[in-house]
Structures are given as structure tokens and as C-alpha cells.
Design a protein around this ligand. Structure first.
Ligand code: ZN
Length: 271
């Protein structure tokens, strides 16, 4: 118990300057920065492996968000200038935090299936962010999985590009690689085979996100521009009409559905 409290405190301590920096750089808004700090503590509870995976996700995704920001903003695919909000942080990191708590509650295992599943889910979140951030710079138009003929806007959930998928694989592989390479230092045992599975699960999680995004997530049609978008009010200012999917299934809900499914699959794979 005492150990868990120490680990939590260590996570807060390492997370504090990062959350402060992310807030100052407007990568996160105030609530999102506080929530990230809390998550940093939780990720450290089962030991530093999940924390290292989360840190890889946080640093690499923040860097890619800034990549070509002006071009993304022009296309309407950029993140808000105020930074990501708390709902986005919870959508991307909440399930990994739950798995982290489960891993912390089942100690004395050098490779807890929950810790590995948490890393897989973080790999999926990284894959998802890389796919969106790099994919929105793609010269070719995104295609909606399951319905490639619909004209959709870059940055719309469920849309995929070849460049985005390549980035997705790389984003997932990076998290798996860091976890594997640092595993002796992080006090976990992750072999090459498990690392490959982590990378594969992360990519599968991103694909699942695209499928759920295309199948269930609310898609609105802007009549003035003739495109499908995630947003009820289009960036041109027109009110849009719900054309497809469920109004309740927002981008964050899609994330949670996909990450929960990825988490269950990962626990079964590593259990
Ligand atoms: Zn419009």
C-alpha cells in the first residue's frame, strides 16, 4: 500500500513540470493539464513501465500536433488553439489508467497482463493521434472506412489515408519499442514476441477506432460545402444535419469504445 502511494507521488512529481509545460505551450487546457497530472500518478502506480509508455505517447503526439499546424488549421483539421480538453485526455488515457490500477492491485508479477494491456492501449492512442496528425497532412483525400465514396473532411473520425496508416503503425511501434528496450530498467519483462504483439495490438486498436468512427459516430452533412464532418456546426458557420451514426457517439465516445475493446483483447492475449 505504502509502495503504491510512493509510486503515485513519484508520478505526480515527474508529471508536474510536463503538465505545466503542456499548459504553457497550450497543448492542454487547464482542466486537461490537471487531469494529465493525476493520470501521471496513476500510470506510475504499477511501476515505471506504463508511465514510460504514456510519456512516449504524450511527448511524440504533442510534437506531431505542432507539425504543419498552419496547414492543418487551414483545412480545419488542427487541434483547438486553447489545447486539448479534459474529455480528450480522458478518452485517450482513461482506459489505460483503469488497467494501470488493476495492474497495481495485482502485484508481484513482473509482467502483469494488465500492465501489458495498459501499454497496448497507450500504443493504440499513440497510433490514433499519429494517424490523425500525420494523415491530415496527406495530399490524397481521406476515405471513410466501410464507405469510401462519401466525401469527408480531413480530420474526420473514421477517415483513413495511406500516409495516416503508415504513421499509425509507426506510432504504435514506437510505444512498443520503448517499452521493450527499457523493460530491464523499468522492472518488467517484455520479450520481443510480446513487444511485436504490443505494436500489433496498438495498430489494431487504431483501426478499430476508425471502424467504430465510421460505423457509429455521428457524422453531419454541411449542405453549403457538400462534405461530411464530425461537427454539428461546420467551420464555414453553417448548421449541419445529422446524416449518419448516433448523435450520442461523439469522437470521445468512439475513442472509449475502441480502447475498451482493445483493452479486453489485450488482457486476453497477455493473460
Ligand atoms: Zn460548410
Amino acid at each position: 500500500m505504502q509502495n503504491l502511494a510512493w509510486n503515485f507521488a513519484a508520478g505526480l512529481l515527474v508529471g508536474l513540470p510536463l503538465a505545466a509545460l503542456a499548459y504553457r505551450a497550450k497543448a492542454l487546457d487547464a482542466k486537461a493539464a490537471l487531469l494529465s497530472l493525476l493520470l501521471a500518478g496513476v500510470y506510475m502506480m504499477p511501476g515505471p513501465a506504463v508511465f514510460a509508455a504514456a510519456l512516449t505517447f504524450f511527448l511524440s503526439s504533442s510534437a506531431l500536433t505542432r507539425l504543419g499546424y498552419a496547414a492543418k488549421e487551414k483545412m480545419g483539421a488542427a487541434e483547438s488553439r486553447k489545447g486539448r480538453g479534459a474529455a480528450q485526455v480522458l478518452g485517450a488515457g482513461g482506459v489505460a489508467a483503469l488497467l494501470s490500477l488493476l495492474a497495481a492491485a495485482t502485484p508481484n508479477e513482473r509482467s502483469s497482463p494488465f500492465a501489458l494491456a495498459a501499454i497496448a492501449v497507450l500504443a493504440a492512442s499513440n497510433a490514433d493521434t499519429w494517424a490523425a496528425e500525420v494523415g491530415s497532412l496527406s495530399k490524397s483525400k481521406p476515405k471513410l472506412v466501410l464507405n469510401p465514396r462519401l466525401p469527408i473532411e480531413p480530420g474526420t473520425s473514421g477517415g483513413v489515408t495511406l500516409l495516416g496508416e503508415a504513421a499509425s503503425v509507426a506510432g504504435s511501434a514506437l510505444v512498443a519499442l520503448v517499452a521493450w528496450a527499457l523493460s530491464p530498467l523499468l522492472g518488467v519483462s517484455i520479450n520481443v514476441y510480446q513487444a511485436a504483439l504490443l505494436a500489433l495490438l496498438g495498430w489494431a486498436g487504431e483501426l478499430l477506432d476508425s471502424v467504430v468512427g465510421a460505423a457509429l459516430q455521428a457524422k453531419y452533412f454541411c449542405e453549403s460545402c457538400g462534405v461530411y464532418t464530425d461537427k454539428p456546426v461546420h467551420r464555414c458557420g453553417s448548421r449541419t444535419k445529422l446524416a449518419h451514426g448516433l448523435r450520442l457517439v461523439t469522437n470521445e465516445v468512439t475513442n472509449v469504445i475502441a480502447t475498451c475493446a482493445t483493452a479486453v483483447i489485450a488482457v486476453l492475449v497477455f493473460g
